[in-house]
Design a binder for this molecule. Structure first.
Ligand code: HEM
Length: 342
């Protein structure tokens, strides 16, 4: 960021690469350079899949549409067909890279010292101790899941965090800088500082509330008949939890459109958890697998960036939109900011 010399620039690429490298480190045991061609191709493919999948959401909301003859909604269905084709094409690019990685890992697997997720899975395939019938195909799909679920979500949250900082210079400059400087001192924040930085944590929680990254969570189904607020929901019904609506409900969050990290602090300034009305990671047994990792990543990236730079809207430019583009995730419209070294 320092390399941009305080000039306006779109941080989305750098943020995605940095976040994706965390998953690559864990899953593939390697990190890519920002300009690596293969890496750029995978990230582009992933962006396209996320953007295209928004079209499929209509089938999640109205599953009966699957049974409606295409001729009735030819416009919609040709869009969906094109989307499916594009998603499959992009997916196959990512899968090719993962198959190559699995082959590379197999060639120099050290059974005594598994290096990463793929090594661990390859060993499990040989031993079949914990998972019966684990195949290479399963491993490839699991690595792909980690990549998809763990990259776009954290990187979009970080982009929203920077966007809200540029819109709230008072919060950014006075409180964050003061808290970070007082607790962390000269160096950069480490995970050991996390519990001592309540306002930093509260800012991240408020970002995840005000812009729910996975607005409709994942599709779930009822395992038995239930009654919710007077509605009978039969067993086996597909249910989409509307997390966005929960996070913007004035009954829980007065003046929900106002960015106010103070909502997550008690009178003594300690972070408060509001599990009933705050579920950015979904919930239950199929809740987000990466919640703890995501929280660590967000804390480290966010506090390091704010310790190092002040983020501003480019002079003369209108403030960035907080509207969001609705897809599988809720992403900011492209925006530029200036990163001024502190
Ligand atoms: C800010 C970051 C993140 C947010 C807001 C987020 C949010 C979510 C949400 C809402 C779900 C659906 C849960 C449900 O259906 O109840 C989910 C599922 C999932 N997430 Fe995340 N996530 C984040 C980061 C990550 C990371 C870093 C990883 C991987 C390392 C990850 C892996 C997964 C997986 C594998 C699932 C599917 C779990 C299942 O179906 O059993 N997520 N996430």
């Amino acid at each position: 960021m320092a390399g941009y010399d305080e000039k306006p620039y779109d941080v989305s690429n750098d943020v995605s690469v940095a976040v994706a490298n965390v998953i690559c480190g864990m899953a593939l045991g390697k990190r890519y350079l920002y300009e690596d061609k293969t890496f750029r191709e995978i990230l582009d493919a992933m962006d396209k899949v996320f953007a295209e999948l928004r079209c499929g959401q209509i089938f999640s909301v109205f599953p009966f549409l699957r049974f409606v003859p295409g001729i009735l909604f030819s416009g919609l269905f040709s869009t969906v067909n094109r989307t499916c084709k594009e998603v499959l094409e992009q997916n196959s690019k990512i899968q090719r890279v993962l198959w190559n990685e699995i082959a590379r890992h197999r060639e120099n697997l050290d059974r005594e010292n598994p290096r990463d997720f793929i090594d661990t899975c390859l060993l499990e395939m040989e031993l079949q101790e914990k998972v019966d019938g684990l195949t290479e195909e399963n491993v490839m799909y699991m690595a792909q899941d980690l990549f998809f679920a763990g990259t776009e979500t954290s990187s979009t949250t970080l982009q929203w965090s920077l966007l809200f900082m540029t819109l709230n210079p008072k919060i950014q400059n006075k409180v964050l800088a003061i808290e970070l400087d007082a607790v962390v001192g000269e160096g950069l924040a480490a995970l050991s500082h996390r519990s001592q930085l309540p306002y930093v944590n509260a800012c991240l929680l408020e970002v995840m509330r005000i812009r729910t990254i996975v607005p409709l969570s994942g599709p779930h189904a009822t395992t038995e008949a239930v009654k919710v607020q007077g509605y009978d929901i039969p067993e086996g019904t597909q249910v989409l939890p509307n997390l966005y609506s929960l996070h913007m409900d004035p009954a829980y969050w007065p003046d929900p459109d106002r960015f106010d990290p103070g909502r997550f602090l008690d009178a003594e300034g300690n972070v408060i958890n509001k599990p009933e009305s705050f579920m950015p990671f979904g919930g239950g047994r199929r809740g987000c697998l990466g919640e703890q990792l995501a929280k660590m990543e967000l804390f480290l990236f966010f506090s390091t960036l704010l310790k190092s730079f002040t983020f501003t809207t480019p002079g003369g430019a209108p403030p960035p939109s907080t509207e969001g583009v609705f897809g599988l995730t809720l992403t900011p419209h492209p925006f530029k900011l200036c990163a001024i070294p502190r």
